[in-house]
Design a protein around this ligand. Sequence first.
Ligand code: C5P
Length: 221
Amino acid sequence: MVKIALDGPAGAGKSTVAKEVAKRLQMTYVDSGAMYRCVTYLAIKRHVTMQDETGLSNLANAMQLMFIPSEHGQVVHLDGVDVTDAIRSSEVGALVPLVAKHARVRECLVEKQREMARTAHSVVMDGRDIGTHVLPDAVVKVYLTATLDVRARRRHEELVRQGFTGSVADVMKLLHERDEIDGRREIAPMRPASDAVVLDTSCLAIHEVTAMVVSLCQARM
Ligand code: C5P
């Protein structure tokens, strides 16, 4: 069984790279950020506040999640409903770090993530604390990063395809706020593991990053 951890801030290219690496190496891809996004999506729908740790952890405990591989990557089913696009909205993006701060929400989701890694034959998991906390024994740990400007431009392109009408500056502000909360929180803050390979993707194309990560994995598998 092989575990690969891919961490880093939003817009560094983690999920695109993780999906491609999983496809090439025939591994299961687990998008841990989607799990925090699903709790946030449910909280908005059910009027649970972002301060209500008990309410949020009840949602995290009860939700039924399925990641289904598809032609374009992965489809996320939450309680039987396809929420793949809905959880990527800018509203969910702005609120998700407030949900992810809560210890009881994290405990519940980390348990689900470890369970997914146990049942998969081999796994590529992306997130913020995979190398440091969720899968500390991962055979390959990569921390992808890029300048805030580059990350904001990449995320802006993605959001515009979904109908977003804001500017790159708006996205930059959102990403900066999210990074601050994710990096400063008390529990499992976003940071590279001491044994992670740190890759700055600012001047690299996604296919170049993917090739680097695949060769790292092949060298260690
Ligand atoms: O990766 P993605 O941008 O979808 O993650 C959304 C949010 O979920 C992050 O900004 C962070 O607040 C939270 N998250 C986390 N730990 C993870 C994955 C995501 O706290 N392992």
